[in-house]
Ligand binder design. Structure first.
Ligand code: KG4
Ligand code: ZN
Length: 362
C-alpha cells in the first residue's frame, strides 16, 4: 500500500520540488513567540510574497528585557494590522490564502496564545487548514528561503536569545541534535553582559558595534567547553566578564566587548566547523538573532572556506524572528503531516520535532 505522506525514515519531499496538487501552496505564517509580531505569505517552500515584522523592542528596552505581559498585550494590538498588511503586500485577497501556520512553541505562553488563536480563527473563517509550527524548526528554514538550492545535509548553528543549538538537517522534517547549550543561550549571554555594563537592551547589536573599535585580545576570557564535545556553556563566560569588569572598572568598554565577543565566536565557529566536517555536511548555515553578529558571520564564512564546504548566512532580517520562516516550515509540515487539529494548543517548552539519535547513516 502506498502513502502520499512520506515516513520520517524516508522523506520523499525535498525543497524545490513542486507540492502535490491537493496540498495548499499559499501559506500565511504568523509569529508571536516573543517580542516580534510578524506575518508573512509564502508560496510553496520558499517563494516569499510578503513579510511584515513589527518589533516591540522599544516597549521592552526600558525594562532591560522582554516583559511577557507587555509582549502579549502588544501582540493583541498589532497582529490584526500586521496580518492585513502581509496579505495586501502579497497582492492577494483573503480567499486566496490556502493555509494558516502559526508558531505554537517554544516561547512565551501568553504571546504564543495570541498567534495560535488568531491563526485558528482565520483558518476557520477562511475554511483552510491550520498548521502548528515549532519555532526552532522554523528557524532551520530561514536559509532555504534565500537559498532554495542549498544541498542537504547541512549543519545549522541556531543561536538566539533563547536557544543555542547545533542541528544536522538530513532532510526536511528529519533533524539530528548535535549539541546545545547547557545553561545560557549565546544571545542571553550578550544581553546579560550588556545589561551589566549598562549598554541597554538588546545587548547583542550594541556589543557588536562597540567591538568594532575594541581589541579582541585585550582580555583572555575563557572559551568554555572548547574541546569538550558539541554542547555549549556561556554562563561561566558571562560571570568571568562580570568579575573582570568589577575588578577593573577603568577598562575600555570596547575592549571588553571585543574580547567577550571573540570568546563566544571562537567557541561557536570551532564547534560548528567540527560538526560540519564530522557529520559530512555539505554546508553550514546560521540562524537566529545572534547570526546577525558581524564577527560571527565573517569568521563562519572563513571557516567554511577553510573546510571546503559551502556556508550560508541568511540576511539579518531573516535571522531574527520573522513569519516567512514560519510559513515555510508550515508548508513543509503540511506535506509531511497534513493539517494540525484545531485543538492543538500552544506549548512554551515545545521541543524540536523529529530529532534522531545515534550516528547518521553513512
Ligand atoms: O532570534 P531572536 O530575534 O529572538 C529570539 O531569541 O528568539 O534573537 C534575539 C537575540 C538577542 O539576544 C540579541 O541580543 C541577539 O539575538 N542579537 C545579537 C545581534 N543582534 C541580535 N547578538 C550578537 N550580535 C548581534 N549583532
Ligand atoms: Zn527565534
Amino acid at each position: 500500500m502506498s502513502s502520499q505522506v512520506p515516513s520520517q525514515e524516508d522523506p520523499a519531499i525535498v525543497l524545490g520540488s513542486d507540492p502535490p496538487p491537493h496540498t495548499p501552496a499559499i501559506v500565511l505564517g504568523i509569529e508571536t513567540s516573543c517580542d516580534e509580531t510578524a506575518a508573512a505569505v509564502v508560496s510553496g517552500p520558499s517563494d516569499v510574497l510578503s513579510s511584515v515584522i513589527s518589533s516591540q523592542v522599544d516597549l521592552h528596552a526600558r525594562y532591560g528585557g522582554v516583559v511577557p505581559e507587555i509582549a502579549s498585550r502588544a501582540h493583541v494590538e498589532l497582529l490584526t494590522p500586521v496580518v492585513a498588511q502581509a496579505v495586501i503586500e502579497a497582492g492577494l485577497s483573503d480567499h486566496e490564502v490556502e493555509a494558516v501556520a502559526a508558531t505554537a512553541g517554544p516561547g512565551l505562553i501568553g504571546s504564543l496564545l495570541v498567534g495560535v488563536s488568531a491563526a485558528k480563527s482565520l483558518a476557520l473563517v477562511w475554511d483552510v487548514p491550520f498548521v502548528a509550527v515549532n519555532h526552532l524548526e522554523a528557524h532551520l528554514y530561514s536559509s532555504f528561503l534565500e537559498e532554495p538550492d542549498l544541498e542537504l545535509p547541512v549543519v545549522v548553528l541556531l543561536v538566539s536569545g533563547g536557544h543555542t543549538l547545533l542541528v544536522l538537517m538530513e532532510a526536511f522534517g528529519r533533524y539530528r541534535l548535535i549539541g546545545q547549550t547547557l545553561d545560557d543561550a549565546a544571545g542571553e549571554a550578550f544581553d546579560k553582559v550588556a545589561r551589566f555594563m549598562d549598554l541597554g537592551y538588546p545587548g547583542g547589536p550594541v556589543i557588536d558595534r562597540l567591538a568594532m573599535d575594541g581589541n579582541p585580545e585585550a582580555v583572555a576570557f575563557p572559551r568554555p567547553m572548547y574541546d569538550d564535545g558539541y554542547d555549549f556553556s556561556f554562563s561561566g563566560l558571562k560571570t568571568a566578564v562580570v568579575n573582570h569588569v568589577r575588578n577593573n572598572p577603568d577598562l575600555d568598554v570596547a575592549d571588553i566587548s571585543a574580547s567577550f565577543q571573540e570568546a563566544v565566536v571562537d567557541v561557536l565557529v570551532h564547534k560548528a566547523r567540527k560538526a560540519a566536517e564530522e557529520y559530512g555536511a555539505r554546508g553550514l548555515c546560521l540562524a537566529g538573532g545572534v547570526a546577525a553578529n558581524s564577527s560571527l558571520r565573517e569568521r563562519l564564512l572563513d571557516a567554511c572556506v577553510a573546510a571546503g564546504i559551502s556556508g550560508f548566512l541568511p540576511s539579518r532580517s531573516m535571522c531574527t524572528d520573522n513569519a516567512a520562516m514560519v510559513a515555510a516550515a508550515g508548508w513543509q509540515r503540511l506535506q509531511l503531516d497534513g493539517p494540525s487539529p484545531l485543538d492543538t494548543g500552544a506549548d512554551p517548552n515545545l521541543a524540536l520535532p523529529f530529532i534522531l539519535s545515534g550516528e547518521p547513516a553513512a
